[in-house]
Design a protein around this ligand. Structure first.
Ligand code: PHE
Length: 393
């Protein structure tokens, strides 16, 4: 009797488990990624780990905020939005496979990513050939959106960023002789070095030396010694924060006290954490400044701080803007059809982004202002704001 009772209980438990398992598998599919009729799936590929982990994490946090706000306001087309995020580990080849999964396995309707131009260039062609609209929040290399008509971005481009840095260096820092140390494996870094150099020479400056490194390197003394020998007034490092901070730190150890200048790739709380006081007398261009009194910016900063207990960097702000533009486009498209969403993104005009008004031009780019940040007494200070050359009609 006792035995029978146990058997019955075990049988019941087994059946219940089986049934539960069946329900879980049936509703969630592989990996718990449901595609229920009452949800619209948005994909994100992002560097949540690896050499640029803060880029992906901040972007994800900003994007989540946009999705949560839209869902709290009732969702889109009568459905809730669901964000599916794939970590690409800061690697281009992983970015390509992440996007393939999001499209083939999850059948997402739109994709947000990536931050780094090299990774957007690796995954963009997959979005294009599958007809899934992609919005890069922050890839600034011109080639990113040239991949095709499904690929957009909501940030400025490197020809503009290069000019902004060159103008600041020549007119405000008043340096004439600049040396460049670039990451040769990084499309963004190579491009920005070139755009900066061309403009700086046009202004009347001189590029006195150039040296190279590759992402992941951690000893830059040989390159810095070679650059020092050319006697520059400033050194430009168009790379990402991990290497940029180490470069400046090692330069100070070599008694190189001149200003260092960089681009948006420096934007991370890790820059000051790694570089410390060596970062004094450095400057970089960026997409927005949290010290800007503009109420749109201050509202976002307050909301983000409440949710994440930290100050949003430009990646968080651009992730939020990219998400809101995707959601707004789906709403205006009135459909989750890829071509219709693509056309709605292309028609985005005067969108009130945290990083400025966003107009998508004929080349699927945004033209926006840039800021120059100075690191002074361990603080990020807004130095200058530079408007784009011409607004989109
Ligand atoms: N613009 C950089 C690129 O294209 C990425 C980046 C954007 C990094 C904004 C930091 C802040 O690779």
């Amino acid at each position: 009797m006792q035995n029978f009772a146990i058997t019955r209980t075990a049988l019941f438990a087994g059946l219940t488990c089986g049934l539960l398992l069946f329900i879980v598998v049936a509703t969630n599919g592989c990996g718990g990624r449901s595609n229920a009729d009452n949800e619209i799936l948005i994909g994100e590929y992002s560097s949540l780990t690896g050499t640029t982990a803060t880029f992906g994490t901040s972007t994800h946090n900003g994007l989540m905020l946009a999705v949560e706000e839209a869902n709290a306001a009732g969702g889109v087309l009568g459905k809730k939005l669901k964000l599916l995020t794939e970590d690409d580990q800061s690697k281009p080849e992983e970015a390509a496979s992440a996007v393939t999964k999001l499209i083939n396995r999850d059948q997402v309707k739109g994709i947000i990513g990536e931050v780094a131009s090299s990774r957007s260039l690796a995954a963009g062609p997959i979005c294009q050939s599958n007809g899934v609209p992609m919005i890069s929040p922050s890839s600034t290399n011109p080639r990113v959106t040239q991949v095709g008509d499904y690929i957009f971005r909501v940030c400025f481009l490197d020809p503009f960023q290069g000019e902004v840095i060159a103008r600041f260096a020549f007119n405000s820092l008043k340096v004439k002789r600049v040396a460049i140390l670039k990451d040769v494996k990084n499309d963004y870094s190579v491009g920005l070095a070139q755009f900066f150099g061309t403009k700086f020479k046009e202004y009347g400056g001189e590029i006195v030396a150039e040296q190279a490194y590759s992402e992941g390197d951690n000893d830059f003394k040989a390159q810095l010694t070679a650059l020092k020998a050319a006697n520059p007034d400033a050194i430009m490092v168009p790379g990402y924060y991990t290497e940029a901070a180490l470069i400046v730190k090692q330069a100070r150890d070599l008694h190189i006290t001149i200003p260092f200048i960089g681009g948006d790739g420096w934007d991370s709380a890790k820059l000051l954490e790694i570089g410390g006081t060596a970062m004094e007398n450095t400057y970089y261009s960026n997409h927005y400044a949290t010290s800007d009194p503009n109420p749109v910016i201050q509202n976002f900063v307050t909301k983000y701080r409440a949710a994440h207990k930290e100050t949003p960097d430009a990646l968080a702000a651009l992730g939020y803007d990219a998400g809101r533009i995707m959601i707004d486009a789906i709403q205006r498209a009135g459909s989750t059809d890829g071509a219709k969403i693509r056309d709605a993104i292309a028609a985005t005009r005067s969108f009130p982004g945290v990083t400025g008004a966003i107009n998508i031009d004929n080349e699927r780019n945004a033209r926006k202002s840039a800021v120059i940040i100075a690191i002074q007494s361990g603080q990020l200070t807004l130095k200058e704001r530079i408007e784009p050359p011409s607004p989109v009609q």
